[in-house]
Design a protein around this ligand. Structure first.
Ligand code: ATP
Length: 289
């Protein structure tokens, strides 16, 4: 059983500046970190660190950020396709943090947009019925829908995390087996007819709603320093916990996910903050539900 993640991979560059620039301004800043990110990559990394065979289908560009992405992904137990570059530049997020605690983020999507359905399908050719196709909200409605239709026609289990949110994604629920949404996405998209619906509620915890049960799993208490990537960690571990036990998402999967997300929020960064393989193995061995 394999998980295919079709989504984006970006380089997150964090800059510290005095104040957000005005129109026409030229300012100084300090680059404080560079990490790989993007919801597709984040979730694929977490799932693969749990010991699940993971294929990330995400586009990179022919630039130094593309080389950086490949160098970083080489440390992870997953495959990244396509191997060739689709655009001149890799997708990048510039995160500007001002001294008063405000921020502004600029994100490019050209590489993700260049990854058409036709370019993705060859990397799904060896998918078997029962494998998982996981998508986030970084592709257009049409591309996201076409890939889920292909997945259902080929017997794959479909998992959707509609973030960044787009109101039109509400049309996709009939194609989805497992949905993971935060509170805002749940209110906007009103997921219906999904076999397993998980609604995360930040520091409070998460709900699992199925045809026959509704259970709440509280978040783990932790000193939170940076919540970036909490949702991606939660989703990846919830899915992996269930898959490793041959189960659909259940209460134990939510508990494992909460423990893992608490590790992520207790550290600064995105991929750098994610639990390691060793931490995940120890956490997934707990059986407290
Ligand atoms: P993000 O976009 O910030 O990655 P999200 O909005 O998709 O996150 P949230 O509902 O904020 O998702 O958080 C997902 C899970 O992460 C929660 O269900 C919880 O288990 C954990 N979590 C988030 N914030 C905290 C916190 N402050 N303390 C402990 N756990 C947290």
């Amino acid at each position: 059983m394999r998980v295919y993640v079709a989504g984006n991979i970006v380089v997150d560059e964090t800059w510290s500046i005095n104040d957000l620039p005005q129109k026409g301004a030229s300012i100084h800043g300090v680059k404080t970190s560079q990490d790989i990110g993007g919801k597709g990559a984040n979730q694929a990394i977490v799932i693969s660190r749990c010991g699940i065979e993971t294929r990330l289908i995400a586009a990179t560009g022919n630039d130094s950020n593309g080389a950086f992405i490949r160098q970083q992904i080489a440390h992870e137990a997953l495959t990244l396709s396509p191997e060739s570059y689709l655009t001149t530049h890799s997708d990048t997020s510039i995160i500007l943090n001002s001294s008063d605690g405000d921020n502004a983020i600029i994100t490019t999507t050209a590489a993700a947009d260049a990854l058409t359905l036709e370019k993705m399908l060859p990397y799904l050719a060896d998918a078997q019925p029962g494998d998982i196709l996981l998508q986030q909200g970084n592709f257009s409605l049409e591309k996201t829908r076409a890939l889920f239709i292909w997945a259902k026609a080929n017997g794959l289990i479909t998992v959707f995390n509609p973030s960044p949110v787009n109101a039109d994604f509400a049309q996709l629920w009939p194609l989805i087996d497992i949905a993971v949404v935060n509170q805002l996405e749940a209110e906007l998209l009103r997921p219906a007819g999904v076999n397993h619906l998980v609604i995360t509620q930040g520091a409070q915890g998460a709900w699992l709603i199925t045809d026959h049960e509704k259970c709440f799993s509280p978040a783990s208490t932790v000193r939170a320093v940076d919540s970036t990537g909490a949702g991606d960690t939660f989703l990846g571990v919830m899915l992996a916990s269930a898959l490793l036990r041959g189960m659909p998402p259940d209460e134990l999967a939510l508990q494992h996910a909460s423990l893992a997300a608490a590790i992520t929020v207790s550290r600064v960064g995105t991929v750098n903050a994610f639990p390691t393989q060793q931490e995940l193995a120890a956490l997934l061995a707990t059986r407290s539900a």
